[in-house]
Design a protein around this ligand. Sequence first.
Ligand SMILES: [Zn+2]
Length: 278
Amino acid sequence: MDKFALFLAFLWFLFFIFLFIQLVEYIKYKNWLKEIEKKPPPKKILDILNNIKYYTLLPKNLKKVMNFKIQIFLNEKKFIGIKINITDEIKINIAFYACLLTLYAKYFCYPNVEYIFVYPSTIVKKEIEKYFANQEILIEGEATYDTVLIAWNDAKKEIKSCRGNVIVHEFAHEIDYSDGNIDGLPPLDSEKSKEFAKIMFREYEKFKEKTIKGRFLGKYHLINKYATTNKAEFFAVMSEYFFIRPALLKKHFPDIYKELKTFYKIDTYKILGENNVC
Ligand SMILES: [Zn+2]
């Protein structure tokens, strides 16, 4: 065998070693999935989950899906604390509300999202405006293609007060993003998407018009005005109401409630009832 043939054989050998390692990793991962599907999560996860009232109210079948998904989420996502120590409480709360939105899809775990940056309090973001000087804006969270930013103090306050939920909000953006466009239209087949757009955007336009003209807002005064920013924000804010304050949404915006119920394949009103629980 000449040197070149030896070199080629060596490359093939490396290639098969690489394939073998990949295969072993894949089998290990599949076995791990089977294992976590059968068993409840470890006690330290379960203890924190049981402190989340929403979790305790989930019906048995959804609790089982949550137990499964939350472990995948915690295993796959990289949590990075900016001037804050990432605790189990932070990780599990973020994972819980992120997974809550996708209980309809057992194996969906935000494949785009790689990082979750957690800040201790409201984030100061410098916006460079085209014609104006640099502006500072305050944000509670942000969702980009592969990263979600969460201001933990704001998230924690909202979890207690049930007024909104920045975690639900940002992950609703990620769902919206998962079809490649952040446009207020989550992935749906074309027929359903038409109906969804018709109902959602009709309400969005009405709300926006009333807000701009400063007219009597009527039932829209119940909704956070941030929803009128654009269609994507409308979807994210309405998703917050759907998951955190379903009674309000169902009573005053039954069409939106129905569309979101069809999309998220969960009846949050049935779970939470008249009370705000979070
Ligand atoms: Zn938003």
